[in-house]
Ligand binder design. Structure first.
Ligand code: ASP
Length: 348
């Protein structure tokens, strides 16, 4: 009997030691479809699952990593705000400063996930992996993609290959870089894609494998007193005449403006006049495009085209989408308002 007890204790101690040697991942939860269930009373999906409950869906992960969870917010990602970005990024930086933590996973709604991921890409100072993950199918749906995505995200967070690659989105067994990825489908589980350059690699139970690295990365560290200004996005469409821009100027204060222009970054001559009024107040304007891939470039000279916009001090967004250009502009504005210096942030 005594012999059996000793054997049992030895097994428990061995098991505990093995668990203690596993890498530690911190999961910061913010809400989103990955954590919602259908509520028959409200006849719709509502936030339901804590971070701990999300982990209950992937019991096997215990053999791969030690996982600790912490809630940062419980929101649909349409309620994500720059203030929550600041809180989240500061927490990610604190957590990653702990030498025992291998990486961080952020659970998040898919709707604004790419913006949060890019904000973290720009503001997290550690080389350790930051993985943002969500689901397209709610936790109460039989074939929800949440548990699989979360399991893969944790595997990427502990992967040595993921170190130095910044923030990434891991969904549908694919790894995509924060700067490059966008939500491409309202319902498809393979919604997150890097349309221009393709995924970085794959993640599944069989392993994590990278095939390329994101090269255009920069870091704009947050200070303790960093505040983000008000930066709005105005889209161009046939007949757009700049009245929304003038309304923004009236409503103030406006710290920066991003234009989702046409093609290479063009606007109508009527919208150009409104942008000129913004520039006359020395408010920075960044020109992006509503086209899904490719850079904006000042090739055409007509009023409203790139050459004329650059001439009045607008900054070109390279190949950043309007929503990502806004994230970068908000952070760059914490350092400078000067056109040439702002342009340098968009050239890196
Ligand atoms: N509405 C959800 C959100 O929080 C959608 C999702 O998570 O997929 O973005």
């Amino acid at each position: 009997m005594r012999h059996l007890t000793a054997t049992f204790l030895a097994l428990v101690v061995t098991g505990l030691c093995a668990a203690a040697e596993l890498p530690l991942v911190k999961v910061l939860s913010t809400g989103g479809t990955i954590a919602i269930r259908y509520d028959p009373v409200q006849k719709g999906f509502v936030p339901a699952l804590s971070g701990e409950q999300l982990l209950e869906g992937i019991p096997d992960i215990k053999t791969v990593a030690r996982v600790e969870v912490e809630s940062v917010a419980t929101i649909g990602s349409s309620d994500m705000t720059p203030d929550i970005w600041l809180k989240l990024s500061r927490r990610v930086n604190e957590v990653l400063a702990d030498p025992v933590v291998a990486g961080v996973v952020v659970t998040h709604g898919t709707d604004t996930m790419e913006e949060t991921a890019y904000f973290l890409d720009l503001t997290v100072t550690s080389q350790k992996p930051v993985v943002v993950v969500g689901a397209q199918r709610a936790a109460s749906i039989k074939d929800t993609d949440g548990p699989r995505n979360l399991s893969n995200a944790i595997r990427v967070a502990i992967s040595p290959e993921a170190v130095g690659k910044g923030a990434m989105i891991v969904m549908n067994d694919e790894i995509n870089a924060a700067r490059e990825v966008t939500k491409t489908s309202t319902l498809d589980v393979g919604t997150f894609r890097t349309l221009e350059f393709g995924k970085l690699g794959y993640a599944s139970e069989d392993g994590v494998r990278f095939y390329r690295a994101p090269l255009r990365r920069q870091t704009i560290p947050l200070a303790a007193d960093t505040r983000l200004g008000r930066v709005e996005i105005v889209m161009h469409y046939a007949g757009a005449d700049g009245r929304l821009i003038r309304a923004l100027l009236k409503d103030g204060p406006l710290d920066g403006l991003v234009i989702a222009g046409l093609g290479l970054g063009h606007v109508s001559s009527a919208m150009f006049d409104a942008i000129e009024e913004v520039r006359a107040r020395t408010i920075p304007v960044v020109i992006s495009t509503r086209v899904y891939t490719g850079r904006v470039l000042p090739l055409y000279a007509a009023k409203g085209s790139g050459v004329s916009l650059v001439k009045i001090g607008c900054v070109e967004a390279d190949n950043l989408s309007p929503q990502k250009a806004r994230v970068l502009l908000m952070l760059a504005l914490t350092r400078t308002k000067e056109t040439r210096e702002l342009a340098a942030y968009f050239d890196r």
